[in-house]
Design a protein around this ligand. Structure first.
Ligand code: M6R
Length: 613
């Protein structure tokens, strides 16, 4: 959570930092601020609320300089207010910090520093960092050494960016633990630092990443990276393929709507180079998987949070059905506290859009300690979940900015299908004809997704008639049961409507008591092996006066006769059906939230990357 940006070069840092923050606002929008070094002193502008308030402040009271840092906040310690907004200054205002993470020992540090004379001006834990740097600078007279000593005194996980008027030729950045990434951007006579790639993409595609326990001293001309013990480290520079335009809204009203529509492209890219239609085979070279390892696997545990965990629920069905390997979905925030039963014959597969979700990373660490093989399916290039794993499938989504995940849900569904087919092939659980059929079906996916998108106006019409509902129930079975969870999550998080999801067969054990004429029941009933069961569920809901919104296969007269509203999806091989059934539910949630005038891309209380526990 929290977005960080820094710039050092020959240009005015203020607009560069502001633009970078704009690209990161999805990481937190409780407050925003920036600090610029100007005429030998540090100027800070900051305010509560969204970035536009900071932009207005800067316009009213401009500030210019060639080195600057900025921050968008998702509050942890201290209410979202101007005084708690980052950046935070030291007592004599010669040092300034922005921070992502939680200083777990901040109360002890604050007491010590206050006793020494430090003047705290906020309620944040972050402020202790800058006072520590000031303390150590008075002893070391060297910013790098002072920062190192300060960083070593912190407990918890952190992304930190600092600068000082004493040494105006540098920015210091550090990463400790899994509080989110720190990416360094290489320009021509200028350098950038940020918590996420989109912030710097318009300036450079050449980037390196800090590992946990590393600190960077960034100058106009380059960067030196050290461990916190002062050992030099050679940074590895990567070239990011993402197009900067991908992080723009373009013709769409919201990023979420744009990202829903980008699914045809992201699904096409997901298949590119991985599907050999002539051979009827799947290739996933970055997974580093050979036949011997594939045959050794006794169990797969998928671990993830939120939307990614719903993709994992589908993954369980796919892997068990296609590759016949026992597979579990384990919510990442629960996994590590349960002394999970994994060993060297278990694969722990993490799914994460950001690759920086604290709970998912902690689950991976736990699995590693227990000797499991670690794989990941990740969107953010260079993220920790990508680097921790011995094999990774990279989602081909490009940046996802809307807080509600959409294209980063359907891409891993296909990645999991690819994985299941590859495992089935390597372990010999698939005969050639079946393997070829499974692979051939994949080629249909982008077009099927496009046909769902073509029906957006029909979905919007249903959204108009249900936009004032207070509750909604989502039902699904089998491979489409996770889609009920995903549909409900989309509705809750952006429209603030209470939505519950159930495996449809569970209705009779309690939830059916909720059904009356005010309760829309979204029933996912495509032509899949659970179709008949779903139909009888829909009948039961109708018999109790519920309003049924069905997701159904085009031409299905039975559902047409039963449901009050229908989201039609094209006929799709059932193992791939979740990719199409979820799309109308994404559009439904989007249109309801937009019709209610809500902030679709930045829903209240949420942040895109959840880097705190
Ligand atoms: O970056 P990750 O995929 O690890 O994020 C996991 C969840 O925080 C995320 O999917 C969240 O549930 C989304 N807001 C859902 O739309």
């Amino acid at each position: 959570m929290c977005g960080i940006v820094g710039y050092i070069g020959a240009k005015n840092a203020t607009p560069i930092v502001l633009n970078g923050l704009k690209r990161l606002e999805y990481r937190g929008y409780d407050s925003a601020g920036l600090a610029v070094l100007t005429n030998g002193h540090i100027e800070v502008r900051r305010d509560a609320g969204k970035l536009e308030r900071l932009a207005a402040l800067v316009e009213a009271d401009p500030v210019k300089g060639k080195i600057g840092i900025g921050h968008t906040r998702w509050a942890t310690h201290g209410e979202p207010s101007a005084r708690n907004a980052h950046p935070h200054l030291s007592t004599d205002s010669d040092f300034v910090v922005v921070h992502n993470g939680i200083v777990e020992n901040f109360l002890d540090l604050k007491e010590e520093l206050t006793a020494e004379g430090a003047v705290f001006r906020s309620d944040t834990d972050t402020e202790t960092i800058v006072h520590l740097v000031e303390r150590y600078y008075s002893l070391e007279h060297d910013m790098t050494l002072a920062a190192r000593r300060a960083l070593k005194a912190l407990k918890g996980a952190h992304g930190v960016v600092l600068m000082s008027s004493h040494e105006p030729d540098k920015i210091i950045a550090a990463r400790i633990g899994n509080a989110g990434g720190v990416v360094i951007g290489y320009g021509d006579g200028e350098m950038f630092v940020a918590s996420d790639i989109p912030a710097i993409l318009e300036h450079t595609r050449r980037v390196s990443f800090l590992e946990s326990g590393q600190m960077a001293v960034i100058r106009r001309t380059g960067v030196e990276v050290f461990t916190l013990d002062g050992q030099p480290v050679e940074p590895q520079i990567h070239t990011v393929a993402w197009d900067p335009i991908a992080a723009e809204k373009g013709e769409y009203r919201h990023f979420m709507q744009k990202e829903i529509h980008e699914q045809v492209r992201s699904l096409t890219d997901t298949l590119a180079g991985r599907v050999d239609l002539d051979e009827g085979r799947v290739r996933l070279p970055t997974l580093n998987l050979d036949e011997k390892t594939a045959r050794k696997i006794q169990k797969i545990v998928i671990t993830a949070c939120g939307t990614a965990s719903h993709a994992g629920m589908v993954g369980k069905v796919l892997i068990e059905h296609i590759a016949r390997i026992p597979t579990e979905l384990d919510i990442a925030s629960e996994f590590r506290y349960r002394d999970p039963l994994v060993d060297e014959n278990t694969v722990v597969l993490a799914i994460s859009q950001s690759g920086e979700t604290a709970d998912t990373l902690a689950a991976m660490e736990e699995a590693r300690k227990k000797g499991a093989v670690l794989w990941s399916i990740v969107n953010a290039i260079g993220s920790q979940a990508m680097r921790l794993a011995s094999g990774c499938i990279s989602m081909q989504c490009g940046p996802e900015i809307g807080v509600a995940s959409t294209k980063a849900f359907t891409a891993p569904l296909v990645d999991l299908y690819l994985l299941a087919v590859l495992l089935g092939d390597l372990r010999g659980t698939l005969d050639e004809a079946r393997r070829r059929k499974l692979v051939a079906d994949l080629a249909l996916v982008p077009d099927l997704a496009g046909r769902c998108l073509d029906r957006e106006s029909e979905v919007a019409e249903v959204a108009r008639s249900l936009k004032n509902t207070r509750d909604a129930l989502y039902l699904g079975r089998g491979i489409n049961m996770p889609i009920a969870y995903e549909g409900a999550l989309k509705l809750k998080e952006i429209s603030y409507i209470h939505a519950e999801a159930y495996p449809a067969g569970e209705m009779k054990h309690g939830p059916i008591a909720l059904v009356d004429r005010n309760m829309p029941v979204i029933s996912i009933a495509p032509l899949d092996p659970w179709y008949e069961k779903m139909i009888s569920q829909v009948e039961q809901v109708k018999a109790r006066g519920g309003v049924v919104v069905a997701v159904a296969t085009e031409g299905d007269a039975r559902v047409e006769g039963l449901a009050d509203h229908i989201f039609w999806v094209p006929e799709t091989p059932w193992l791939l059906s979740p990719v199409v059934t979820v799309i109308p539910l994404q559009m439904f949630a989007y249109h309801i939230a937009a019709l209610r005038g809500l902030d679709v891309d930045q829903p209240r209380n949420l942040a895109k990357s959840v880097t705190v526990e």
